[in-house]
Every structure is written in C-alpha cells, then in structure tokens.
Design a protein around this ligand. Structure first.
Ligand SMILES: Cc1ncc(COP(=O)(O)O)c(C=O)c1O
Length: 189
C-alpha cells in the first residue's frame, strides 16, 4: 500500500527531475553576483511576488531573522503572535542575535492578532518603553492549523501600522498556499 505522510510538508523529498535540475544548474559565486541560477531565482521570486527585489536565504528561519533585524534595532520591539513560528520555534533568535524585544499577543484560532490588541500594544514614545517598530504576521499560520489570513485583514493591519509609522513583516513560508486557498495572485497578499 502506498502511504502518504501528512505529518508535515517538510517530510517531502525531491523528485529525480528536481535532483537533476540541481545537479546541472549553472553555478558561480553569489557574493560576486556570478551565480546565474541564484540571480534567475531571485528575479523570478521578485516578479512573482510583485516586490522590487528578492533574496535567497538557506532557511525560512534565517529569512524571518533578517526580516525582523532589518526593521528593529537592539532594545526595540516587534509585535507578534504567541503561536507564531518566529516566537515559538526559532530558538529566540531575534533576541539572541538582534536584542529585539518580542511583544507577544494571543493568536486567535484563525491565526490573526486582534486589531485592538495590536493597537493597545503599541508603546507611546516614552523613555521607559522599548520602541515599537514592527508588526509580524504569518500566512498561512503553522501553529493555528494552517489558517489563512485574508486580504481585508492584512489591509486593516497595514493601515494600523501606517498610522503609527510601523513596518509589517509577513512570514510567508506558505504564502503560496494561502494564495491558492484564496484563489488570489500572491501579489495581493
Ligand atoms: C510558518 C513558518 N515559518 C518559518 C519556518 C522556518 O522554515 P525553515 O525550517 O526553513 O527554517 C517554518 C518551518 O516549517 C514555518 O512553518
């Protein structure tokens, strides 16, 4: 009997065609801008997501770490869910490497953070408080059962962030799954 292992999408293995594509990919020094495969992949990712640029990272954890550290300095604060991958499963990397203070809010069963909770968590400019810099969301939401965040919610969080001059980071480890579930172009998300 053929078994399908549904413990996680991470237990899948590359097909022969994928291994062949890796084996025959033209390579070069990425730092010197000489790796045509990385250049093509990053250009493709930027075009597919409607962003000005893309950066290949070896892991999703590293991508989240870079995302948070780009926006927050030491002693500054990111608002994120208590069930978010970045808070729960990334070994405290944002604190260990960046000195970034996580301000956790309860993730609702649908993966969202309540807008009121977010607004109440934003610190006023006061020397006692870590400065709030970033709101981090996850779509789809791993520890909320693969919940899909909808565009109207993302827009509402975006408006809230803009009102307070904050940045928004999306952990999009499975953003293409969210786009398929919503029948939307990933650019919309
Ligand atoms: C939502 C989410 N973000 C980030 C990651 C981290 O990805 P990686 O295992 O490539 O570090 C995962 C891994 O499953 C994930 O589910």
């Amino acid at each position: 009997m053929k078994m399908i292992d549904l413990r996680s999408d991470t237990v899948t293995k590359p097909t022969e065609a994928m291994i062949e594509a890796m084996r025959t990919a033209p390579l070069g020094d990425d730092v010197l801008g000489d790796d045509p495969t990385v250049i093509r992949l990053e250009a493709l990712a930027a075009a597919m997501t409607g962003k000005e640029a893309a950066l290949l990272t070896p892991s999703g954890t590293m991508a989240n770490l870079i995302g948070v550290l780009v926006h927050c300095g030491r002693g500054e604060e990111v608002i994120l869910g208590n069930r978010s991958h970045t808070f729960y499963y990334e070994a405290g990397g944002i604190s260990a490497y960046g000195g970034v203070h996580p301000h956790t809010l309860p993730n609702q069963p649908d993966g969202t953070l309540r807008l009121d909770d977010i607004e109440n968590a934003i610190h006023p400019d006061n020397v006692h408080f870590p400065r709030t810099r970033l709101i981090s969301l996850e779509n789809t939401h791993n520890k909320c059962g693969g919940a899909v965040l909808k565009p109207d919610y993302l827009v509402a969080v975006g408006h809230l962030a803009a009102r307070y001059g904050l940045a928004v980071h999306i952990d999009g480890a499975r953003i293409f799954n969210a786009a398929v579930a919503l029948n939307l172009d990933v650019r919309e998300l």
